[in-house]
Design a protein around this ligand. Structure first.
Ligand SMILES: *Cc1c(COP(=O)(O)O)cnc(C)c1O
Length: 376
């Protein structure tokens, strides 16, 4: 049983075939349509720039906000290394912060200790599709005069207090890599209400060539242009956009109900089991969640043993994530105790739309068997 996977059908194959028949692959009308559809999906006020990965989305969002060499960005250590690499790619320094042990989300008390005169932004990671208290995050940012970049790689399609993620902070970044809530093959998007900011991202994704996006959407090229800053080849291709558009059309109908029902099935089946727990940050009433991963915490030092048990039963599991402050490149002089403890307890169970109810029941049963055996 796979932990996660791309869930594709004949619709995606047809959409890609159509692009291949047209024979224009770079970035054009299909990407424009995908951007418009994402904007329609999130809110009319949202501007969208699609790029080649979620990581480049984060990097360009930071650069467009003016963050670079000499600046510091607060980031929870518990995130995919992409968040840290995106910060360091701009020349800025990612400053690892501790987490709330119950949710895995950034601990603002710890973050406040790490603010210096160089701190310019806070990269808030919506770990396991939780939002946490985004209002408090914004109060914090206002207090210290920081920009907020949401790393919402886990949260495409989720809402916070009835507002879609992507419409709340200064800028939000999504990932459409193969296993996220929707995929465009690889891919990502930067979204913001700030039109100028997104226009900057649009130039940066095409080597900094000013207004190149507009021309490419019309299938024209720029022959006479200006470039004023460092840009990148980070645009999305037509093939990617074609996949992404089909996936977006399947999100609410097909993917979200499955992810939610498997998630709830896990809760129902495991909530009474001693020695394990779920994260605390899911408020189902106000926050419409489309869960990307299914982490549980395993206590009593039994995580690795449970992991081996499940792997023996051909159930693939994951550990999200190795803390960044323990990696060679991002090693800190200080400890982050909540993060380190969390890292030793966390285990992600299979979650993707191609699973069936019996698969989830099988995982639940194997965990129950494991816990019973350990207790006796
Ligand atoms: C997937 C992911 C990213 C990066 O997205 P890519 O599209 O894989 O580059 C960033 N942050 C988090 C938390 C992620 O899970």
């Amino acid at each position: 049983m796979r932990l996660s996977k791309s869930c594709l059908g004949k619709e995606e194959i047809q959409a890609v075939s159509k692009i291949l028949e047209i024979g224009y692959l770079g970035m054009g009308a299909e990407v424009q349509k995908f951007e418009m559809e994402i904007s329609d999906f999130l809110s009319d006020e949202t501007n969208v720039a699609c790029v080649n990965t979620g990581t480049s989305a984060l990097q360009l969002a930071l650069q467009a906000l003016g963050i670079g060499v000499g600046d510091e960005v607060l980031v929870p250590s518990l995130t995919f290394v992409a968040s840290f690499q995106a910060v360091s790619a701009t020349g800025a320094t990612p400053v690892a912060c501790d987490i709330d042990p119950n949710t895995g989300l950034l601990c603002l008390t710890d973050a406040s200790k790490r603010v210096t005169s160089k701190t310019k932004a806070l990269m808030y990671v919506l770990y396991a599709s939780q939002s946490g208290d985004l209002d408090k995050v914004h109060e914090f940012a206002t207090t210290y005069d920081l920009k907020v970049i949401e790393d919402a790689a886990h949260s495409f399609g989720c809402t916070y207090k009835n507002k879609k993620i992507g419409t709340i902070s200064d800028v939000t970044c999504f990932s459409f890599d193969g296993i996220k809530n929707i995929t465009s093959g690889e891919g990502g998007a930067v979204v913001s209400k700030d039109f100028e900011l997104i226009e900057r991202v649009r130039d940066l994704r095409l080597l900094g060539v000013e207004k190149d996006t507009e021309r490419r959407f019309k299938r024209e090229r720029s022959w006479d242009f200006d470039v004023k800053e460092q840009g990148w080849r980070y645009h999305m291709s037509e093939i990617m956009a074609a996949i992404g558009r089909v996936q977006l059309s399947k999100l609410e109908k097909n993917f979200a109900p499955k992810r939610r029902s498997f998630f709830e099935k896990y809760f129902a089946g495991l909530k009474e089991v001693e020695g394990i727990s779920f994260l605390d940050g899911y408020e189902w009433e106000n926050n419409h969640i489309i869960p990307h991963i299914m982490p549980i915490k395993v206590y009593g030092g039994l995580r690795d043993k449970m992991r081996s048990h499940l792997i023996d039963k051909e159930i693939e599991v994951g550990i999200h994530y190795k803390p960044n402050h323990l990696l060679g490149k991002f090693k800190t002089q200080y400890a982050l105790p909540a993060t380190e403890k969390f890292y030793n307890e966390i285990l992600s169970l299979p979650l993707h739309p191609d699973l069936e109810d019996v698969d989830i029941e099988n995982v639940i049963e194997e965990i129950q068997i494991f816990i019973k055996t350990e207790a006796s």
